[in-house]
Design a protein around this ligand. Structure first.
Ligand SMILES: N[C@@H](CCC(=O)N[C@@H](CS)C(=O)NCC(=O)O)C(=O)O
Length: 230
């Protein structure tokens, strides 16, 4: 039996990050597609947060864990994968900062901008999940789309700062998380700045099939969603 079982939803970029990582790191893993099962009694018994990606692995205190960045951090620690997650505290701090900034700031904007088009449920308390009319919802979606530009620029100017990747010459786990996130913006035809297009291409070139295979699932879903709108 493989050491790692990843429970995944293939159209999701949160999942894509972990899926790219286990491939790029050449870890021993299997994948279980849990579409339609995350709220089942069995799944909730393991994971009351019903979140994917969820990793099942021996040695974890509860047998499972979720949160894509934490999964990548744990696997890097366990398998000493310093090429994806530097060990020196100051360098590691930058990778952690980039990932927290992504999850806490960029991702909520990306979700509000893209989830309506992806047909994903929006978060409680947000305009998109409310009973407000379509005009209000579209205004909120456009505001979120406009807000994406600032954190994107921060990734470029602060975290990358002239280097090809946040990780330097090679992609780090923060790069895997960022590139996967940006994949969703295609569903709203978001015009990525030139540097981001170059960056995405460099990610795919550097990681090869490890990136392309999970990306194909996300891109396939986006193409399907777009074809339904025509
Ligand atoms: N911050 C989390 C987000 C995970 C997340 O939102 N997962 C969604 C898919 S995009 C999910 O599993 N939803 C299924 C459910 O809630 O039942 C991560 O990076 O892993």
């Amino acid at each position: 039996m493989a050491a790692i079982k990843l429970h995944v939803l293939k159209p999701s970029v949160n999942n894509m990050a972990a899926r790219v990582f286990v491939r790029a790191a050449k870890l021993d893993f299997t994948e279980d597609d849990v579409y339609g099962k995350t709220r089942s009694k069995e799944f909730l018994a393991m994971n009351p947060a019903h979140m994917t990606p969820m990793m099942e692995a021996k040695g974890l205190p509860k047998g499972v864990m979720w949160e894509s960045c934490a999964i990548m951090q744990y696997l890097c620690n366990k398998h000493e994968l310093s090429k994806f997650y530097p060990v020196a505290p100051a360098k590691r701090a930058m990778i952690d900062s980039a990932m927290f900034y992504l999850i806490g700031t960029l991702y909520p904007y990306v979700a509000r901008a893209t989830y309506p088009a992806l047909g994903f449920p929006q978060y409680a308390g947000e305009v998109g999940a409310s009973n407000l009319d379509a005009a209000h919802k579209s205004e909120a979606q456009n505001a979120a789309m406009a807000a994406v530009a600032e954190p994107l620029d921060v990734f470029h100017k602060f975290y990358m700062d002239g280097k090809p990747f946040i990780g330097g010459a090679k992609p780090s786990i923060a790069d895997i998380r960022l590139a996967a996130t940006l994949e969703f913006l295609a569903v709203v035809d978001y015009q990525l700045p030139g540097w981001a297009k170059t960056y995405m291409a460099a990610m795919e070139k550097s990681l090869g099939k490890a990136y392309a295979e999970p990306a194909a699932d996300v891109r396939g879903y986006i193409s399907y969603v777009k074809s339904q709108k025509k």
